[in-house]
Design a protein around this ligand. Structure first.
Ligand code: ATP
Ligand code: MG
Length: 249
């Protein structure tokens, strides 16, 4: 069973969307069959980051009870499949919890046709994020070394721990490996001490001015900056994610 790997964070703007797309790209380059899902329903921006025309918005499809297989598109240049989320926020109105849960279960079934399914979540503790986290087989918590991110991510983990799988920390936008380890370590210690919760350090991705530049140009970062600082780190993280979940970490 492939299961869903969700990218979440308590705080917004930490790089979930960039990482979901770029990790999917790196995994696809390793020859894996990858699906990336924009679950930032109504406010999705994976299609914008990649410069694609929006397809059927996931929120609209869920509300209408459509078969989610109809939404899967291929990004030929990146070599992965995609379910986009673009669309106006109004599509969220009328999205019942029952329909949302059914859709998440449907994605879980769809996942079996892939080696990796990466789900880009909205930040915070809204219903969409918590529903996906509860159904995920792997929870990647994206953060950085800022105290506001650390406290928001700690709150996120604390409030989802009854239903969520153990958190895998991914430090983004850090100066170097030391700062990445500091960000991960602070959160890991707090989880262990106050929540008696184990976690996994997935790695770090360095700050790279070529990331915002690629996004501004709506181009895949790995194509634009294959030798970039963040590219080397993302390759390492992708390699780690590609290992089966039941193998030693
Ligand atoms: N490693 C990095 N180096 C430099 N800039 C980065 C890096 N990662 C992300 N960014 C910048 O951070 C900004 C936010 O990234 P992104 O939109 O992926 O965050 P997000 O967590 O998905 O935000 P939201 O919570 O709003 O969905 C982007 O404009 C991007 O340029
Ligand atoms: Mg995002």
């Amino acid at each position: 069973m492939t299961g869903l790997t969700v990218l979440a964070s308590g705080k917004g703007g930490v790089g979930k969307t960039f990482l979901a797309v770029t990790l999917a790209h790196a995994l696809a380059r390793r020859g894996r069959r990858v699906l990336v899902v924009d679950a930032d329903l109504g406010l999705g921006n994976i299609e914008v980051q990649l410069g694609l025309e929006p397809g059927i918005a996931l929120a609209r499809a869920i509300r209408a009870g459509l078969d989610l297989r109809r939404l899967v598109r291929r990004h030929e240049a990146c070599g992965f499949a995609l379910i986009g989320g673009s669309g106006s926020g109004e599509a969220l109105a009328g999205l019942t919890t029952a329909r949302l849960e059914r859709a998440v279960a449907g994605l879980g079934e769809l996942a079996d046709g892939f080696d990796d399914v990466l789900v880009d979540l909205p930040s915070g503790l809204g219903r969409i994020a918590t529903t996906f986290v509860a159904a995920a087989s792997r929870l990647v918590v994206v953060g950085n070394n800022e105290p506001t991110t650390l406290t928001d991510n700690y709150a996120f983990i604390k409030l989802t721990r009854g239903t969520a799988p153990i958190p895998w920390f991914l430090a983004n936008d850090v100066a170097d490996a030391t700062e990445g380890a500091q960000a991960d370590g602070t959160l890991a210690r707090a989880c262990r001490r106050f929540l008696a919760l184990d976690s996994v350090a997935l790695g770090h991705v360095r700050r790279d001015p070529r990331v915002p530049e690629a996004i501004r140009r709506q181009m895949p970062y790995l194509d634009r900056s294959p030798g970039g600082l963040a590219a080397a780190d993302i390759e390492k993280v992708a390699k780690r994610l590609a290992r089966p979940l039941d193998q030693p970490r």
